[in-house]
Every structure is written in C-alpha cells, then in structure tokens.
Design a protein around this ligand. Sequence first.
Ligand SMILES: C=C(O[C@@H]1C=C(C(=O)O)C=C[C@H]1O)C(=O)O
Ligand SMILES: [Mg+2]
Length: 464
Amino acid sequence: MITIPFDHIMGLWEEARSKSSFINQSVLISYTKQIEDQDPFTFFQNSEKYFPGQRFFWSNPDHSHIIVGAGITQEFTVKDDENRYQSIEKQWKRFIEEAVCKYEVEEVGPVIFGGFSFDPKKEKTSLWSQFSDALFILPTFMLTILKGKTFITINYLSDFNKLHLQNLVATEEDLLKPISVKQLSTTSIVKCVEMDPSEWKQSISNVTKRISEGVMDKVVLAREMRVLFDNDINVLPVLEHLMEEQSNSYIYTFERGNDCFLGATPEQLVKKDGKNVQSMCLAGSIARGEDVLEDEEYGQTLLQDEKNIHEHELVVKMIRASLEEVCSQVHTPDRPSLYKMKHIQHLHTPVKAITTENKSITDFVKLLHPTPALGGFPQDVAMETIREVEKLDRGWYAGPLGWMDYKQDGEFIVSIRSGLLQAREASLFAGCGVVEDSDPESEYKETQIKFKPMLSALGGNPSK
Ligand SMILES: C=C(O[C@@H]1C=C(C(=O)O)C=C[C@H]1O)C(=O)O
Ligand SMILES: [Mg+2]
C-alpha cells in the first residue's frame, strides 16, 4: 500500500507553520498522492469509525469521477442568504490562496464539497436544521477516482500538533485497508405516508388556472413522502443500491451528524473545466415500458407530446439565454433526445459553451439556479408561487450540490430523486413541471415514478 509518508507530512507542516506565523493566520496543507486502486465504498465504510456523520460521496454517471470525503478540516457556511454563492467562493479563495499544496496531477488537488438550499427565502422548518442555505466541507481525507486512477488527499492545518499529524498517518492507513466484515442492511420499511395527495392535486389545479390566466408559463410543484423504518437506516447499503440500479445518474451523499441527504439524480446543473462549460436541460417525463417495444413507444410518445415539449423548451430557452450572457458558442442540438433511467425517461438537451469571461463555477451556479426544470418560468413569479403554494420545506432538495476545486472549477447537480435520512425516518421528495395543460392525476403519477429510485434503494417495493 502506498500511503503518504510521515516525513512528507511533517515537511509541509513546517513550511506551513513558518508561513502561518508570517501572515498570522492558520494555513492549509493539502497533499495528494496517487495510490493503488481502492474500492470507494470500502473507504466510505472504513471512515465511519473515525468520522461518523462527516462523510460525503459523489459519483458522476459513468463513474469516471468518484469522490469520497471524510472528516472536516474546514467548514464554509453563510449566516444570511445575501450573496451566499459569492460568500462561499470568497471564503474558499482566501483559504486556498495561502495554502501549501502538493499534488501529482493538476486535476486532483484540494476540493470543497457541499450544497445550497433550494430557496433561502422560504420559511424554514426544523426538518433541515442541520443543512444551512450554503454549506461546504473541506474534508480531512478524500479519495478520488478519476479516469481509472486513484488518489488520496489529506488536508490539515498548520495549527495541528505533532501528535495530530501522527494520528493522521495512522488513520490514513486504516481507511485504505480492505474491509473485513461487510455491514448488511437490517432495516425494513414499516410505513410510507404520502403527505396529503389530494391537497397537492388541488394545488396543481389552482396553479394551472393561474397559468392559463397568463400569470406565468410554468411552475414546479413538489411533494413529500415520509417513510418509517423498524431500525436506524444504514447509509452504505442505500448508497450501493443507488450506484447499482441508477445508471445514467449522479450518485451523491452528504452526511451531517445524524442526518444524511442522498440521492441519484440524472440532472447536471453545470460543469466548468477551464473555459469549457456544460449544462443540461432535463424536463418532460414518461414511464419506462414493460418491454423494449413498449419502451420505444413511450419514448416516441414523449418526443412528440406537446405538453412535455413545452415544459422542456422553457428550460432550454432559459439556460441558453443565461449562458449567452457570459459565454460564446452556446451550443444545443435542435431538438431533445431521450434520457433513460431505470424507472423513468426524460426529454434531454445537452448544452455546451465556452466562457468568455473570468467566471467561477459558483458564478455559473448563481446564474442558472433555479432553472425552470425545478423552479419555473418566469423565475421570480414561479418562486413566489412555490413559496406560497407548496406545503413542504424543500431544504436541499432540488438545490445545487457539488464540488469546487482550487481553480474555482467544479461540477454541480440538481439534487432531485433524493431523500433526507434521519435515524428511523426518511423524507423523500419528488416534483413535476406544471404547465397550462397539466392534469393533476397524471402529474401525481409522474411524481410517484420519481419516488421509485429512493424507495427501491431503501428496501421498499416501488411497484406498489
Ligand atoms: C422535479 C423533479 O424533476 C424535474 C421535473 C421533470 C418533469 O416534470 O418532467 C423532469 C426532470 C426534472 O427536471 C423531481 O424529480 O423531483
Ligand atoms: Mg413533467
């Protein structure tokens, strides 16, 4: 096993200490090294002992980029909702500017991981008390698998003492050990409670009426399902299940003490890599067929369905227009294609652009969130409507979640198909785009399908 040698850790620490006394603030040391292949789930499980409630997991759809974080070396958060994007970026920049960093390839260095709530202006409930409107973590240990290569990163501070450093080395060795006993899930679902479906359907009718009166074009309304278990939920099997079943999806987990937010979303909000910017329009849905023929038929129906095309086009229009403000060569195909997951298929338009300005990934998150795929159109009216009409506290559901590196590049997804796990309980969320032709019953069925990935991962029988 190749781990990071103690004398390297010490050497960088001494360098950081002299810098720290010079600038009179604590200095970050970030050391990344390529190591032998590691199973990310083993790392995730091994780290529970040292860092319970302080882990995160991220995988992109083709699993070519996986990040697992454990421990908190530094936390970045905001107190009020003013400028939450800029505030996180500013804190991170200030921190990283003075850091002593050592990495072997440019793509893997220190990264912060976290998310933003859907709407900081919405009245808060206690459900999301552990998740503030903006919260990012610089983990103590991070395993990165990038295009088949595995890296370990250690992030520590100049004010750690020598004992602390020795512990870091010992912990690292333990985290990279192959697992001895695999934990199995022993929880079963006791009860699933849909939060007032008839009231929700009524709100769809009310909103379609407002749309037909010309108040707005689209608004996304979500609903919540509460699931009760016979025992505390174990995160790892849920995560593994999502990874196995939910192809074409980003798999994500963010632990916060006893709470854990996780899901499997197909929807990328934005990725920035140097000048290259990528986004995705995903809206318009239909079920998967029972067999290939039926599936094909459903897909064709979706591609030609006016209501769904309208739902989708509003997203394309907004994302294109927003990116055109700061990018050149904003490219989208002329018409949507199908994007298929295990339980559902969507209309999909990929977006590629080149930035002309010196913008960060958080600038792009701010520019795009919430797109009409999760908010509506026009944005301000839709957000007001959601605040007024929706009975649930979305918290981080449908918010931007992702990572940012030391160059202010990164990738964010829209955290849908998700749930908040709290000991023996879970809150699952699903929404749908409401337009003038929306029918409450079919929208209800669409959200039922959208609950399936999480229900199935939690051991439920989603066909019911
Ligand atoms: C709101 C959700 O999904 C969004 C709504 C969609 C729709 O209404 O067709 C499709 C994809 C997502 O942008 C959700 O899954 O909760
Ligand atoms: Mg829809």
